[in-house]
Design a protein around this ligand. Structure first.
Ligand code: COA
Length: 456
């Protein structure tokens, strides 16, 4: 193992400050780690003999080799236990503890002391003032969030790094609710040692990560970020949600994680220059991540729209144009074939209205024509599932078509519980699906944009 691997794939983990008290963070971290992580777990607490049936040790020095230590003791004790980690040669340490540069001068001095302790050693630190790591594959889980309140997402291809633990954890919760899988989650707090740039580099090389999503308030080293992000995007799409855009927001960021948010204009320009996709909202963050995880970018920006609900065709067309994409001009051959599929009174143009009595067979035939059309780069399908004639089997039809084409297919359906269940089914089959036409189009735009970034 090398680099940051010890954080994500350790063979053994110590929880320093594992508590006997169910109400304390050190108890929760130990409990959650024990649940999914299959390696050896050691509680460290000089005042306890055993916790949760595990023998307790007074110090990491009493143990054999250790790959990862999670620190949950107060900041006055952290230097002592961190020194022990360094002396023992532990390569990865997560420090959950708060009370550092985010609190002002004294806290900054405390954080400087920690930097001095690890300087020149093998020990790397994630934190301080963070939630740490959740790795859905290895089961490493340093989050002090009880599972009864917070379900962890399943395995997937999105890795998510966040400066804010609070924001990050709620997003994880949302991901699990929406059935979006994750590879690695890192809440890195004050970035005392390991910084976002290094995490980006690591995740770009990680084979289980297909998309990197980042919530940032401020970037530690702008110049390095330009190099790292610019290189990463050629291989792995990077979606960033930047907070602290206004003066007041930026001030809040400095007392949150001690970071200097700086002028938003500079960030905006840097994201454009490097090819990072900037999400303007929480929704967009995962709308973009989903589409980038599931689909390959199209070769161009000519979009075919197909629906059995005429009004949605109009709405999507507006959104396509407003977002700078083009409505594909179907080829003569496609028009001829579509004419043979659709009722005589149907108009053959883009958006293609399959008419209110369309069934899944009509969808299948039409989609088969559209994906073969040389004038079409991508398809947005809007099945109006509420109609009496459209069977839920259309979900399998769309998923089947997606499998046999290299062109991206995005689905959109608006409605209540019935619709959401089917959208979830579509996503389970690898088709990104959106509840509103605008979100579907913006996702397609992100995919088109990423295609250009990759080819540039
Ligand atoms: N080695 C190991 N364990 C030690 C120790 C040592 N040298 N010295 C003390 N401990 C034990 C304590 O005895 C205690 O266990 P016990 O409850 O069984 O007695 C345990 O470590 C925790 O210490 P305690 O003093 O009770 O601390 P705490 O739980 O009240 O607070 C933090 C510790 C880290 C949770 C707290 O300082 C903190 O930073 N909270 C905020 C965390 C946060 O919000 N982070 C950012 C998230 S985004």
């Amino acid at each position: 193992m090398k680099g940051l691997d010890f954080f994500f794939r350790p063979k053994s983990v110590a929880v320093i400050g594992a508590s006997r008290d169910r109400e304390k963070i050190g108890y929760c971290v130990l409990r959650e780690m024990k649940k999914r992580y299959k390696g050896r777990v050691y509680p460290i607490n000089p005042r306890a003999r055993s916790i949760m049936g595990l023998k307790c040790y007074s110090s990491v020095k009493d143990l054999g080799d250790l790959d990862l230590a999670v620190i949950t003791v107060p900041c006055r004790v952290v230097p002592l236990v961190l020194r022990e980690c360094v002396e023992k040669g532990i390569e990865a340490v997560v420090i959950i503890t708060s009370g550092y540069s985010e609190t002002g001068k004294e806290g900054r001095d405390r954080e400087e002391e920690l930097k001095r302790i690890i300087r020149g050693s093998r020990t790397r630190v994630i934190g301080v003032n963070c939630l740490g790591i959740y790795d859905a594959y290895s089961g490493v889980d340093t989050l002090f969030l009880p599972e009864s309140k917070f379900r962890r997402p399943g395995r997937g291809g999105i890795s998510f790094i966040t400066q804010s633990g609070a924001f990050g954890s709620t997003i994880l919760d949302l991901m699990s609710f929406e059935g979006i899988g994750i590879s690695k989650f890192v809440s890195y707090g004050n970035q005392t040692d390991v910084k976002e740039n290094e995490l980006l580099e690591y995740l770009d090389r990680d084979r289980k990560t297909r998309v990197i999503v980042a919530y940032i308030e401020g970037i530690s080293d702008g110049r390095r970020f330009m190099g790292v992000a610019g290189k990463a995007v050629k291989n792995t799409p990077v979606v960033i949600f930047k907070a602290g855009k206004t003066e007041m927001g930026s001030r809040a960021a400095s007392s949150h994680t001690g970071s200097l948010a700086g002028s938003y204009r500079i960030y905006e320009a840097a994201f454009k220059q490097t090819g990072v996709l900037e999400a303007q909202s929480v929704e967009e963050m995962f709308d973009f991540a989903k589409v980038l995880e599931f689909l390959k970018p199209p070769k161009g920006d000519r979009i075919a729209v197909v629906t059995n609900g005429g009004g949605f065709g109009v709405i999507i067309s507006d959104a396509v144009i407003r977002n700078g994409l083009k409505l594909a001009d179907f080829s003569g051959e496609s028009r001829r074939r579509l004419r043979g599929i659709l009722p005589g009174y149907a108009n053959i143009h883009n958006p293609l209205d399959l008419i209110g009595d369309a069934d899944k067979e009509r969808y299948e035939k039409a989609l088969n024509v559209l994906i073969k059309d040389p004038n079409v780069d991508g398809v947005i399908a809007i099945p109006l599932l509420q109609t009496f004639s459209l069977e839920p089997g259309v979900i399998d039809v769309i998923a089947g078509i997606k499998k046999k084409t290299g062109k991206p297919i995005i689905a959109c359906a608006t409605g209540g519980g019935y619709i959401r269940r089917h959208l979830a089914r579509l996503e389970g089959k690898g088709v990104p699906a959106y509840i509103s036409p605008e979100r579907a189009v913006r996702a397609m735009k992100a995919l088109v944009y990423y295609g250009r970034v990759k080819d540039s």
